[in-house]
Design a protein around this ligand. Structure first.
Ligand code: HEC
Length: 108
C-alpha cells in the first residue's frame, strides 16, 4: 500500500511521463540554413522596414543578404551606425545571431 501511494505521487509529479532528456531533441540538421534564416528574420524585422522607404536600393532578401554581408558587418559591428535611429536597437540575442551568420560565411 505504501508503495502504491508513493508510485501515485511520483506519477502525479511527472517522474514517469517526462522525456528522458530534452537536450537530445534540439534540431541540428542544416545548421547553415538555420543560421542564415535567423539572420534574415532580423534583417526583415529591424532593417527592411526603414530601408524600404529611406534606402530603397538596399532591401535585404534571402538572395542578396550574403552579398551585403560585409557592408552589414561594417555598419552594425564596426561603425555601429545601423540600425539607424536611437529607438532602433538590436537585442544581444539579435546581435549574436547576426554574428553567427557573418562568422559562418568565411568572409575574412
Ligand atoms: C530608421 C532607418 C534605418 C534602419 C532601422 C536601418 N537603416 Fe540602414 N540605412 C538607413 C539609411 C537612411 C541609409 C543610407 C544613409 C546612411 O548611410 O546613413 C542606410 C544605409 C545602410 C547601409 C549602407 C551604408 C553604406 O554607406 O555602405 C547598410 C549596410 C545598412 N544601412 C545596414 C542596415 C542594417 C543591417 C540594419 C538593421 C540591423 C539597418 N541598416 C537598419 C536607414 C536605416
Amino acid at each position: 500500500m505504501k508503495h502504491l501511494i508513493l508510485l501515485s505521487i511520483m506519477f502525479v509529479i511527472g517522474v514517469f511521463n517526462r522525456p528522458l532528456s530534452t537536450n537530445n531533441i534540439v534540431p541540428y540538421s542544416f545548421p547553415q540554413e538555420n543560421t542564415q534564416e535567423n539572420a534574415y528574420i532580423i534583417l526583415m524585422d529591424q532593417c527592411n522596414g526603414c530601408h524600404i522607404t529611406k534606402q530603397r536600393g538596399m532591401v535585404f532578401t534571402r538572395d542578396n543578404m550574403n552579398r551585403y554581408s560585409l557592408a552589414i558587418e561594417q555598419q552594425v559591428f564596426v561603425k555601429k551606425r545601423m540600425p539607424k535611429g536611437k529607438k532602433n536597437k538590436l537585442t544581444s540575442t539579435e546581435l549574436n545571431k547576426l554574428r553567427l551568420w557573418l562568422d559562418s560565411l568565411n568572409n575574412h
